[in-house]
Design a protein around this ligand. Structure first.
Ligand code: FER
Length: 335
C-alpha cells in the first residue's frame, strides 16, 4: 500500500512537472525539451522496479563466491569471501565495468544480492536490465566490512570497520577480484588500477554509505564513481554529516586535493528517502558540499560531479536500496 502511494505521489509530480514545459507537451522531465531552452537538466527520472523485473529470468548472471586473504586492524590474517555478480554474457576477452557494493549495519556479503540458490529481487532486476539492454553487462562485487560477520559487533565499532575496510579494499579485495575477472585493469598493479578508475564504482547502503564516503576520501585513485545511499560521512565523527556538516564537506573537498584529483575526476550520486532515518544526517552534509567550489551540483556528467536524489516517503530498508541501485547503475560509466 505504501509503495502504491509513493508511486502515485511520483506520478502526480511527474505529470505536474511535465505540464509546466513551455510548449505544453508531456515530454519526459529529463529531456532537454527544446533548443531555445538552454537550461541544464535538473531532474532525475526515477522509476520503481517493475514487479515483473523482480522475478528470475531463464539464463541470468551467476553469483560466484570469491575467496581472498586480508588482515584485520591488528594485523591478524583473515580468510574472507565476497559474492561476485557475473553477467550472463561474460567472457574473458571482454572488459567489464565494475561496482563494489557494500551492505549496511548487521548485513553480510549475501544480504543485498542473495546466494545462487536464493537470489534477491536486486539480482533479478539487474538480470532484466542487462537482458533488456538498459544496462551494459557489468560485474558487481558484494563484500563485507565485518572481519567475522556482524554478531557481537557494537555500533561504535562499525564506523571503524568501514574505515579499516579501505585498506582491505585497495590491498586485497580489488586485486583478488580483478585478477580473477576481466575488467579494464590490465593488471592489478597500483598503476593499472589507477589507470582504470573510470570503470570503477563504489556504492553502499547505510553503513555501506559511510564506507562509500571513506572510499571517496581515501581510495579516489581507484574509483571515479560513488553512490552513497542513506548514510553520511563519519570521518570526523559518528553522524558527522548532521553534527559537523561544513567541516565534513571541507574534509571531503580537501581529500580530493590531497589525493591529487580535481572536480572533473569524480561523480558522486547521493540518494535517500525523505522518511529515511539517515535523511537528517545526509541532507545537511550535501547542502554544505554544494557551497564548496570543488563540488558542482547537477546531472550533467560532463560539467557536474554531485547530485542528491531525495525520494518522497522512502524509508531505510534494503528494498529501497535495490530501487536506487536499479535506477542509478545505468547513469554511470561511459558507453
Ligand atoms: C546514518 C548513517 C548510517 C544513519 C544511520 C546509519 C541514522 C546506520 C545505521 C545502522 O546501520 O543501523 O546517517 O542515520
Amino acid at each position: 500500500m505504501k509503495n502504491y502511494i509513493t508511486y502515485l505521489v511520483l506520478l502526480t509530480a511527474l505529470i505536474f512537472t511535465s505540464c509546466k514545459t513551455s510548449d505544453g507537451s508531456s515530454e519526459a522531465i529529463t529531456e532537454n525539451t527544446s533548443e531555445e531552452n538552454e537550461e541544464v537538466n535538473t531532474e532525475f527520472q526515477f522509476n520503481r522496479i517493475p514487479e515483473a523485473e523482480k522475478t528470475a529470468i531463464e539464463n541470468g548472471g551467476t553469483l560466484q563466491l570469491l575467496s581472498y586473504t586480508t588482515e584485520d586492524a591488528a594485523g591478524n590474517k583473515l580468510e574472507k569471501e565476497a559474492y561476485v555478480y557475473v553477467p550472463a554474457s561474460y567472457g574473458d576477452s571482454e572488459k567489464y565495468d565494475i561496482a563494489y557494493v557494500m551492505h549496511g549495519g548487521g548485513g553480510d556479503n549475501s544480504i543485498l544480492i542473495g546466494t545462487p540458490e536464493n537470489p534477491t529481487s536486486l539480482k533479478n532486476a539487474i538480470d532484466h536490465q542487462i537482458e533488456n539492454g538498459d544496462l551494459e553487462p557489468m560485474l558487481l562485487v558484494f563484500p563485507s566490512f565485518y572481519p567475522n560477520g556482524p554478531d557481537g559487533v557494537e555500533m561504535d565499532q562499525v564506523g571503524d570497520l568501514t574505515h579499516q575496510f579501505q585498506t582491505e579494499l585497495k590491498n586485497d579485495l580489488i586485486p583478488a577480484v580483478e585478477s580473477t575477472y576481466s575488467t579494464y585493469a590490465n593488471s592489478t598493479s597500483a598503476t593499472d588500477l589507477t589507470a582504470s578508475r573510470d570503470h570503477r564504482l563504489f556504492t553502499g547502503f547505510s553503513m555501506g554509505s559511510v564506507t562509500t564516503w571513506y572510499a571517496f576520501a581515501e581510495n579516489l585513485n581507484y574509483f571515479k564513481y560513488f553512490a552513497p545511499v542513506s548514510g553520511d560521512c563519519w570521518a570526523l565523527q559518528m553522524m558527522g554529516g548532521a553534527r559537523q556538516p561544513d567541516e565534513t564537506a571541507k574534509y571531503l573537498a580537501d581529500a580530493v586535493e590531497q589525493q591529487n584529483y580535481s572536480a572533473e575526476d569524480f561523480y558522486v550520486f547521493a540518494v535517500t528517502g525523505t522518511e529515511d532515518i539517515a535523511y537528517e544526517n545526509l541532507s545537511p552534509q550535501i547542502a554544505s558540499m554544494r557551497n564548496l567550489e570543488v563540488f558542482n551540483y547537477g546531472l550533467e556528467r560532463e560539467e557536474n560531479n554531485l547530485y542528491y536524489l531525495e525520494i518522497e516517503d522512502a524509508v531505510h530498508t534494503n528494498e529501497w536500496y535495490f530501487e536506487y541501485v536499479y535506477n542509478i547503475l545505468p547513469f554511470f560509466f561511459d558507453k
